[in-house]
Design a protein around this ligand. Structure first.
Ligand code: MN
Length: 139
C-alpha cells in the first residue's frame, strides 16, 4: 500500500511527523496519541522501509503492548524468533520484557494502533537498530 492511499483511507488521525521518537526509528513515521487517559493508545504510521529499533517494554507487573494493524503491511519480530508478517486486521500481543521491533515492509506503508498495557514499574528500553543487512533479508 502506498502512503498516499493510506492517508486517504485512514480511519484514525495520522497526526504529525513522529519527531519525539525519531531517534529510535529508521525512516519516517507519524504519531497521533488517540488516548492519554485510562489506557494510552497511539496511532503509528510508517512509510515503506520504516521500522523502529529493537526495544523492550519493561514491567514488574502487567505491561507489554498490543498492536492492532489498521492499514498496509509490516513486520513484527521477537529476538531469536522468525519475523511475523502483518496485514490490516492482525493483532499482536507483545509480552512485557521481550525484546522486539515492528515496522513497515519494504514496499508498503504500514499503520498500527499501539496500546500500552497498564503496568507497575513500566518503562521502555530502546536498543540497537534493525540493520539494513538484517532488514533487507526480509521478503
Ligand atoms: Mn513495541
Amino acid at each position: 500500500m502506498k502512503l498516499q492511499k493510506l492517508f486517504e483511507e485512514t480511519v484514525f488521525p495520522i497526526g504529525a511527523e513522529n519527531t519525539a521518537f525519531a531517534q529510535y526509528f529508521d525512516g519516517k513515521s507519524y504519531l497521533d496519541m488517540l488516548s492519554l487517559e485510562q489506557v494510552v493508545i497511539g496511532n503509528v504510521t510508517f512509510e515503506p522501509k520504516c521500522r523502529n529499533h529493537w526495544h523492550i517494554h519493561h514491567a514488574e507487573k502487567g505491561g507489554g503492548q498490543i498492536l492492532l494493524v489498521t492499514a498496509g503491511e509490516g513486520w513484527y519480530q521477537e529476538w531469536g524468533k522468525a519475523p511475523r508478517a502483518l496485514k490490516k486486521g492482525d493483532i499482536v500481543n507483545i509480552p512485557p520484557n521481550v525484546k522486539h521491533w515492528h515496522g513497515a515492509k519494504k514496499d508498503s506503508a504500514f499503520q498500527h494502533l499501539a496500546i500500552e498495557v497498564p503496568a507497575e514499574g513500566g518503562s521502555t528500553e530502546w536498543c540497537e537498530a534493525v540493520s539494513d543487512d538484517e532488514y533487507n533479508l526480509l521478503p
